[in-house]
Write a new protein. Structure first.
Length: 218
């Protein structure tokens, strides 16, 4: 392969990778969780002092719409009621009450995305004590909270949802239904594919143009 053509190929390949990554990142520029501590399904020997979520986009400071709540198996709140945001607004932490007993705990989180003004909400379960985890397995407890979780995804560009909009958006999932999770997974996969396709097309075009420019200089 001649040197100009080799340069063209290298530039094109690099730009495809860069553009694909940028496009995919833009597609997922929402305050979706990257990870939680404790993690979903975690089995802890002792109750944690806090629950922390790490998110992919800036969270708006609003305690009514950006929070982490934690409940015990009886539905009683066991967090202290204040969810603290980090300085960069990518991390949110809820402090738990001391002396929590072994059992299953439901974490409910919501974020008001500062970039696209969408409010998201979901849940997960973690366990304190192996016995609680064993009971959850035998009882087929869903790690996403099942019907106990009020999931939420609603646009809030024009302000927070009205009671009617909120009631419609809060749709608990039936215990034996996995359709919603599958739908969210399919939607996420589709967005990723779209982002990568856009990146590949854009990167290829820029790579060819850049490579030709290098070839002329050579």
């Amino acid at each position: 392969m001649h040197l100009p053509k080799l340069r063209t190929a290298i530039v094109a390949a690099l730009l495809v990778l860069v553009m694909g990554g940028v496009a995919a990142t833009q597609v997922f520029a929402h305050s979706r969780p990257l990870r939680f501590e404790p993690s979903p399904g975690a089995i802890l020997q002792a109750a944690p002092a806090t629950v922390t979520g790490y998110f992919g986009s800036d969270i708006r400071r609003d305690p009514n719409w950006s929070f982490i709540h934690v409940e015990d198996a009886q539905g009683q709140r066991v967090d202290t009621g204040d969810s603290a945001l980090s300085t960069d607004r990518l991390q949110m932490t809820a402090t738990l009450k001391p002396g929590l007993a072994p059992g299953a705990y439901l974490v409910t989180w919501r974020t008001w995305d500062d970039a696209d003004a969408e409010i998201f909400g979901d849940c997960y379960v973690f366990y304190v004590g192996q016995a609680a985890a064993d009971a959850g397995i035998s009882g087929k407890t869903r790690l996403d909270g099942g019907s106990k979780c009020a999931r939420l995804e609603v646009a809030a560009k024009n302000g927070t949802p009205t009671p009617a909009q909120l009631s419609k958006a809060l749709t608990p999932v039936a215990e034996d239904s996995h359709a919603e999770g599958d739908a969210h997974s399919d939607s996420g996969s589709s967005k990723l594919i779209i982002g990568l396709v856009i990146g590949v097309i854009g990167g290829t075009a820029l790579g060819v143009l850049g490579g030709r420019a290098l070839g002329r200089r050579a």
